[in-house]
Design a binder for this molecule. Structure first.
Ligand code: PGA
Length: 240
């Protein structure tokens, strides 16, 4: 089954863990698998021909921005993808939709494929505001993008309450939200980008999640850190 399988390592694993991780998943390396390690470990994966992405970029191409990495620099290493707007960055680093829009444009200008993360909080879900929240995130993040640029990016629907909680969204909710996102983008931009689901995906629930045809792949955090679990998820997707 052709699904995108993205691993978001966040700020986890050290050099010796990465070496053994790469060894364990090496044989699975293919076009559909994208690894988002801590930026300093990107070369470990590039060396082995993995598809690699960074977890963040800055919105400017170069200059006096200590500690930041630009899309241009990322692209110059042969990296193809950048996660943009992950809820942890929105929350911990105060990133808003306007900055996210600048980062997306910067990624596109440098030839990177952005993976835009959107999602609602538990409170917003309980107040039945999910559609409104997601629509606003999409509209602002994708502002000024043309059909082709929108078509070529990837969206990750990640309900914030499902991230790292073990509390995966129901198939019914995921199907409804992914369809909503696809419909909204088509309405706004006449484009059909791929949409992933993320939030507590693991080897035990992947089979059920694969029943949702609308989902084009998965963004996996915690379970991607353990090579065995990640391998098990990949194998179940391949078998489906
Ligand atoms: P999780 O994280 O799989 O640990 O819930 C997903 C993410 O934050 O991308």
């Amino acid at each position: 089954m052709n699904k995108i399988i993205a691993a978001n390592h966040k700020m986890n694993l050290c050099a010796k863990d990465i070496t053994s991780y790469v060894k364990q998943i090496d044989s699975l390396c293919n076009d559909e698998i994208i690894i988002f390690p801590s930026s300093i470990f990107v070369p470990y994966f590039l060396k082995k021909s993995f598809n690699v992405g960074v977890q963040n970029i800055y919105c400017r191409p170069n200059g006096a921005f200590t500690g930041e990495i630009s899309a241009e620099q990322v692209k110059s290493l042969g990296i193809k993808y950048a996660l943009i707007g992950h809820s942890e960055r929105r929350l911990n680093n105060g990133e808003d939709d306007f900055l996210i829009n600048l980062k997306i444009k910067s990624a596109i200008n440098s030839g990177l494929t952005p993976i835009l993360c959107v999602g609602e909080t538990k409170e917003q879900k309980d107040l039945h505001k999910t559609d409104k929240v997601i629509k606003k995130q999409l509209t602002r993040a994708l502002q000024d993008l043309n059909v082709l640029e929108t078509e070529n990016l990837i969206i990750a629907y990640e309900p914030i309450w499902a991230i790292g909680s073990g509390d995966v969204a129901t198939n019914l909710d995921i199907k409804a939200m992914v369809s909503f996102i696809k419909g909204e983008i088509y309405k706004q931009k006449n484009a059909k980008p791929k949409v992933l689901y993320g939030g507590s995906v693991n080897p035990a629930n992947i089979k059920e999640l694969l029943e949702i045809n609308e989902v084009d792949g998965f963004l996996i955090g915690g379970a991607s850190l353990r090579a065995e679990d990640f391998k098990s998820i990949i194998n179940k997707i391949k078998e489906a």
